[in-house]
Design a protein around this ligand. Structure first.
Ligand code: ATP
Length: 393
């Protein structure tokens, strides 16, 4: 026989046990949900790594720079900016402006509009859109590439690309410093190259003349820049296989430099860059622009081993070693091979250019050595002449 009092005690006990069970379930549920969110956040961070903010010009020291293929800008004596003015500028702006996807700066449309004087300071035009000079309130000078407005790329996709581009650091590549995605515009913000483009130096008579040794060095620097992109950035997924195709990217590149295989197949590979580089090497040798029938001249010159002598830049005639010119032309011809598999890798191109450069340096050294020797001989003759005069006395 169960008493009424016992029933009450049992009821309370069961109620308490149920309450504790439900509370534990709720607590466990919240804990489990938080853990899941943290995990998701961690995996997102792995995809979009947060990088330290870089200041313009820091860590770069080289004379010439190249971005992929035809984008060749000559680096001048940019002085590294001290971090303090940038930091103080930072303090004067709202934090939202700098919400960065990858550690590089995010600029507002308004700031870029002001810095480019309402987009009137055009530096040049590339296949992705116009490039403007921007002077920031700190005095910092930047180059702003405004991407074509028909881009359907979403903010997240754009930021993912920025985070990849922001991880590229090489002394022969122009640094990406920031970006702007605002009012439907997509912009990339680069370190400003005060010496302008290679084309400017080759085709503008008012610019300083580029000697043979400098041109060889430029070819080598470009080669090293491309080598970093092709072989030094392992986690970028760039390989001998297709890099991207027309369906996702659209046909891009400047007429005259684009690999005909890419045009006909829409498949872009590292060998397409090799082709573009071949065109640039011939520009360095001939100072003929691709739009001025460069390829016709090159094809004619390719018919004989010394054919390049006929198309050598007139300013270089008598100013350089013709064997070195022919060797560089031979490398460029290989880069322009019709079949991509016959084109050399960028590593092979760098090695071949390096060999020419080494020969040039050896030649310079032996010239200097003979100069010193002949000076010593002159001095010896002068000494013995003086000695014979003294003996005569
Ligand atoms: N960082 C920079 N500093 C100074 N001038 C620049 C800079 N970047 C680009 N320019 C100028 O803008 C022009 C266009 O550059 P952009 O990189 O858009 O295209 P490109 O290299 O000429 O061709 P492509 O679009 O085929 O790569 C260059 O030729 C150069 O004159």
């Amino acid at each position: 026989m169960v008493h009424k009092g016992d029933l009450v005690v049992i009821g309370i006990s069961v109620g308490l046990a149920l309450g504790i069970l439900i509370a534990s379930l709720i607590f466990f549920g919240i804990w489990w949900y938080k853990k899941r969110s943290n995990l998701r956040q961690c995996s997102n961070e792995r995809i979009l790594p947060t990088l330290p903010i870089r200041m313009n010009g820091l860590g770069t020291s080289n004379d010439f720079s190249a971005s992929l293929a035809s984008s060749i800008t000559i680096r001048g004596s940019e002085h590294p900016q001290k971090s303090s003015p940038v930091s103080s500028w930072w303090n004067h702006h709202s934090k939202d402006q700098f919400a960065s996807a990858s550690g590089i700066l995010r600029y507002s449309y308004k700031d870029i509009q002001k810095a480019t004087q309402k987009f009137t300071t055009v530096l040049g035009q590339g296949s992705f859109g116009p490039v403007y000079k921007a002077v920031m309130p700190t005095g910092e000078v930047l180059a702003v590439k405004v991407l074509a407005s028909n881009s359907k790329q979403g903010e997240k996709e754009f930021q993912t690309e920025i985070s990849l581009l922001g991880r590229l650091h090489h002394r022969n590549l122009v640094n990406l410093l920031g970006y702007c995605i605002d009012k439907g515009s997509h912009m990339l913000i680069y370190q400003f190259m005060s010496n302008g483009s290679l084309a400017n130096h080759l085709y503008n008579d008012e610019e300083r003349f580029l000697g043979w040794e400098e041109r060889l060095q430029i070819a080598l620097d470009i080669s090293h820049g491309i080598e970093y992109l092709h072989e030094g950035v392992a986690d970028f997924g760039l390989s001998n296989e297709e890099v991207f195709d027309e369906h996702t990217s659209g046909l891009k590149g400047t007429y005259g430099y684009i690999d005909p295989v890419y045009v006909s197949t829409n498949k872009f590979t590292v060998k397409s860059d090799i082709y573009s580089f071949g065109v640039i090497i011939f520009e360095l040798i001939t100072a003929i622009h691709p739009h001025q029938n460069l390829m016709e001249y090159v094809n004619l010159a390719g018919m004989s081993p010394d054919g390049v002598d006929e198309i050598l830049d007139k300013k270089l005639v008598g100013e350089c070693n013709i064997e070195e010119v022919r060797d560089l032309a031979a490398i460029a011809h290989k880069c322009l091979q019709k079949f991509q598999r016959k084109r050399p890798s960028i590593g092979e191109v760098s090695q071949a250019i390096l060999k020419i450069k080494q020969r040039l340096l050896d030649r310079e050294m032996s010239k200097e050595f003979s100069r010193v020797l002949s000076r010593i001989e002159d001095q010896q003759m002068e000494l013995s002449r003086m000695a014979s005069i003294k003996d005569g006395d």
